[in-house]
Design a protein around this ligand. Structure first.
Ligand SMILES: [Zn+2]
Length: 116
């Protein structure tokens, strides 16, 4: 048996597979992508249509925020936020035509602005 052979169980489909490195946790790229999408879904900001009121409290636990949510959480204007995106101070993911930010990134930038 080669010392490079590492038997692992795929986190996504629970199949056994041979990992090329000790870091591999999925049997295939397909499983990796599927799991990634799942994670993205869990963290994504889906605002139910029948629940238009978003409060700071129910956004607190989220890791990712949309523009509209960030405006509520950080009490800044949408214009300011969009300007930050434009000048590339903010990393974002574009998901279904919406900008999604990592909350911690946003926090850093806003704290920086407030200290000025
Ligand atoms: Zn798999």
């Amino acid at each position: 048996m080669s010392h490079l052979t590492i038997k692992k169980v795929c986190l996504e489909c629970s199949d056994e597979f041979i990992a090329k490195s000790s870091k591999g946790t999925y049997c295939s790229k397909k499983c990796f992508k599927r799991n990634y999408r799942k994670l993205l879904k869990q963290n994504s900001v889906v605002i139910p249509k029948n629940k238009p009121i978003i409060t700071k409290e129910n956004l607190n636990s989220k890791h990712y925020l949309s523009v509209k949510e960030a405006v509520i959480v950080f009490d800044i204007s949408e214009v300011t936020l969009r300007r930050l995106i434009k000048v590339n101070k903010l990393n974002y993911i574009c998901l279904k035509n919406r900008f999604i930010f990592l909350k911690s990134d946003l926090e850093k930038i806003i704290n920086h602005l407030l200290l000025k």
